[in-house]
Design a protein around this ligand. Structure first.
Ligand code: DX5
Ligand code: ZN
Length: 228
């Protein structure tokens, strides 16, 4: 699986979202952080903004729902135009039913784990998912320091993907930058969310290219990728 770079618009100018989407041409997906001020202590945007953004850009939208009751709300984000919808397992009442509903509506289904949530209890659910998101900061804010202690969880998840022969994408989100992306790729991540490292750069499109080159080089050397 090729490396994918998903800039997070959390670090973009919310008054100019259409232009900010264009500023990262060449990105694989736009990462859209939805926060409800309950699941996380921050509030961002909801369905109407996702609907408008989907109309304003050709880049597919990767919606990361940091909200309570995703069972109720996630399907609306598919209808709003998201091509991938991520819910948090800590908030979902029925993750299997929800993943199936997201897929049935035509989007990729993805499940996120906060830093203190282990992967092991969810091994049997992995075939129900198109992507697993391992948070590498506590969700809620951009610009936080990468949590190195998540690297073993990324490695163990990559092993589970190999063990079951799954096509699951493994996304990392939080503190991903030029100084941390290689460690993530080496541990087994293949989809990289970067907010401040892209939108804080002088040239966001160039930052995407540079991060991709770093991740590709690290993946080429990684033992998990060489085994295939
Ligand atoms: C944090 C969000 C991230 C955030 C990452 O809760 O889920 O997507 O935008 O921002 P950086 O890359 O700055 O850590
Ligand atoms: Zn996110």
């Amino acid at each position: 699986m090729a490396v994918q770079i998903n800039p997070s618009i959390l670090s973009a100018d919310f008054a100019r979202l259409a232009e900010e989407a264009k500023a990262v041409q060449g990105a694989d997906w736009l990462h859209v952080d939805v926060m409800d001020n309950h699941f996380v202590p921050n509030l961002t945007l909801g369905v109407p903004v996702v609907e408008s953004l989907a109309r304003a850009t050709d880049t597919p939208l990767d919606c990361h729902l940091m909200i309570e009751d995703p069972d109720r709300w996630a399907p609306q984000y598919v209808e709003a135009g998201a091509s991938s919808v991520t819910f948090h397992v800590e908030a979902a009442a029925a993750p299997v039913r929800l993943a199936r509903e997201i897929r049935a509506k035509g989007a990729r289904a993805s499940m996120a784990l906060k830093p203190a949530t282990p992967i092991e209890p969810f091994e049997d659910l992995l075939p129900e998912l198109d992507m697993l998101l391992i948070m590498t900061v506590e969700p809620g804010f951009g610009g936080q320091a990468f949590l190195d202690i998540m690297l073993p969880k990324i490695r163990r998840t990559r092993e589970l993907i190999g063990k079951h022969g799954l096509q699951l994408w493994l996304q990392v989100d939080g503190g991903v930058s030029a100084s941390t992306i290689e460690r993530c790729a080496d541990a087994g991540a293949d989809v990289f969310v970067a907010g401040s490292a892209v939108y804080g750069a002088q040239d966001p499109a160039e930052a995407v290219r540079a991060l991709r080159a770093q991740a590709e080089a690290a993946t080429a050397k990684a033992s998990w990728a060489c085994d295939h």
